[in-house]
Design a protein around this ligand. Sequence first.
Ligand code: ADP
Ligand code: MG
Length: 284
Amino acid sequence: AAPVAFMGGMSRAARSGIIVKSSGTLEQLARARTVAFDKTGTLTYGEPRVTSVQAQAGEGHELLALAAAVEQYSGHPLAAAVVEEALAAGGALPTADDVTEIPANGVRGVVDGRVVVVGSARFVARETGVEPARPPEGHTGVHVGVDGRYAGYVALADELRAETPATMASLHRAGVRTTMMLTGDGEHVARHIAGQAGIDDVRAELLPQDKVDAVRAAAPRPVMMVGDGVNDAPVLAAADVGVAMGARGASAASESADVVITVDDLSRSARAVHIGRRTLRVAW
Ligand code: ADP
Ligand code: MG
């Protein structure tokens, strides 16, 4: 190899806010054939907003406050949006006791003596025995169960990043065969966002270990994984090249990544591949 070309590639990348940790990584970037993305915060801005609240008959307008009472103990972005909306709508939240978070599912707690579960359709279906209502097209439902009954949902929308469709096109021009979405969110919203993004392969309702397994099984290789760094350190580590969008992401993910993008711009993931290819052309 020609070390000078690799040094040049790494410094060109750094000037674009792309920190490449080793010269071997540049080569893997150049050869990437499958690129997988986390949905929330990576393909989307990761700032969900509440758009509507749908209570089952008889559950009344306290649904949002009940959900927020337990969600205030969760660090999930959906939880933060629910809490913000409830505070804007009605001031103080009821207190919740014995709150436990079930990662990639939701939260459970006791509010005024009632057991409240809040989270994904699958989680709340398991807790209530009822198949939850479907939120509007493209929206994520935060479903609510009260004392084992299905009580309704809070619908949230998270916008596609403006640069996402062009990023997918740019990756294909760089020789990438398949773009893939890996998400814990529901099938319908995942397909809606993937359609807007121009993603080839959609995997929804994945638990954290499912995401790791999907990356390990992905083909053709090498496989590059791009995440926003929230809870995705193991998935980044499982890929041939892990890319952390580090502007907001946790430092744990940045440490297990091979590449850290320091600006909040998904198109840098495609630029990293292009810089890798150009470096290899100069080096050989
Ligand atoms: P993602 O893959 O989108 O980052 P997660 O793995 O964090 O999602 O969670 C998977 C799904 O579980 C979410 O889409 C959501 O439906 C549900 N969920 C997890 N935690 C919460 C929470 N605190 N409140 C509401 N829903 C939650
Ligand atoms: Mg995420």
